[in-house]
Ligand binder design. Structure first.
Ligand code: C2E
Ligand code: MG
Ligand code: MG
Ligand code: MG
Length: 285
């Protein structure tokens, strides 16, 4: 303990650490007020059916419009939000906003699933399942259209408790997907016990397709695993035609990435989906 304290005391006198600690303190303070100041925004990245490019869903991705620093990506503030438990109210804001948008699209004839990224703290919070139940009732989003993205780490921590929680979510009609699959700690024995609907092949494998032998083998294996377990599979970070062709040939059901569309604001997403659909409708089958 003395050693640890000694080290911590030391750190304060290191100018760089002091600066970043101070910067983080400022950012943390601002993060605490960002919801009430209306500084968060959601972007939506389309997910399409590989076979024909039909849009089937979106992933909601948070941005922070910082008053001085401009638009910040999640990598610049989510970890900080997690450290200070601010992720719980921020995550609740994301869920509400995503469900509200999905409900609006449904009312306007666009049946898209909306996938929301969860943090560990959020998923483990005692009232989480109830909060999803309330959210679905309050927004009136029909069942089956909200999807939650969990990481392998979240799933493998206390599997029986996680399984119970996932079953409760599924009973509410929520879809469950494993984000960044292949980069974490999944035990296949545990995975088969969990009520999962979909796997997302991590971008780090997709990036190396189709040239690199190892990534190719891993991508194929994930697609086969998903199909063998009766799960859906989506590749993230699809940028090139060559990647798309490889994934189509390997049997990957859905694609997401800059090669399809970057993340879009809600109005842009709506017009993107409409024009894509009418192009598909008017092209010969
Ligand atoms: P993720 O869930 O794996 O999301 C995919 C990330 O890849 C997004 O970055 C997306 O913009 C980016 N991306 C999509 N297609 C491509 C591509 O073709 N090439 C490349 N290079 N990148 C692509 P983003 O929006 O910066 O989000 C980063 C991470 O932050 C997400 O990774 C997710 O883990 C986390 N995140 C985002 N929104 C939320 C949120 O509302 N709550 C929580 N807890 N985490 C979030
Ligand atoms: Mg995700
Ligand atoms: Mg991902
Ligand atoms: Mg990722």
């Amino acid at each position: 303990v003395a050693k640890a304290r000694g080290r911590a005391t030391y750190a304060i006198f290191e100018p760089q650490v002091a600066t970043s600690a101070y910067a983080n303190l400022v950012l943390e303070g601002q993060l605490g007020h960002a919801i009430e100041h209306g500084e968060f925004a959601l972007l939506f990245q389309p997910q399409v059916r590989t076979r024909d490019g039909m849009p089937v869903g979106v992933e909601a991705l948070i941005r922070w419009q910082h008053p001085e620093r401009g638009l910040l990506a999640p990598d610049e503030f989510i970890a900080l939000a997690e450290q200070h438990r601010l992720i719980v109210p921020i995550g609740a804001w994301v869920l509400r906003e995503a469900a509200r948008c999905a409900r609006h699209w449904h009312q306007h004839g666009l049946d898209l699933t909306v996938a929301v990224n969860l943090s560990t703290l959020q998923f483990q919070a005692p009232g989480f399942v109830d909060s999803i139940d309330r959210l679905l009732k309050e927004t009136g989003l029909p069942t089956g259209w909200l999807e939650l993205e969990l990481t392998e780490r979240m799933l493998m921590d206390d599997v029986p408790a996680v399984r119970e929680r996932l079953l409760q979510l599924r009973a509410l009609g929520v879809k469950l997907s494993v984000d960044d699959f292949g980069t974490g700690y999944s035990s296949l024995a545990h995975l088969k016990e969990l009520p999962i609907d979909k796997m997302k092949i991590d971008r780090s494998f997709v990036r190396e397709l189709p040239g690199q032998r190892q990534a190719t083998a891993i991508a194929r294996a994930i697609i086969q695993l998903a199909s063998g377990l009766g799960l859906g599979v989506v590749a993230e970070g699809v940028e090139t035609d060559a990647q798309r062709r490889f994934l189509a040939e390997a049997g990957c059901e859905q694609l997401q990435g800059l090669g399809i569309s970057p993340p879009l604001t809600a109005p842009h997403l709506e017009s993107w989906v409409r024009s894509r659909r009418s192009a598909l409708d008017s092209s010969p089958a």
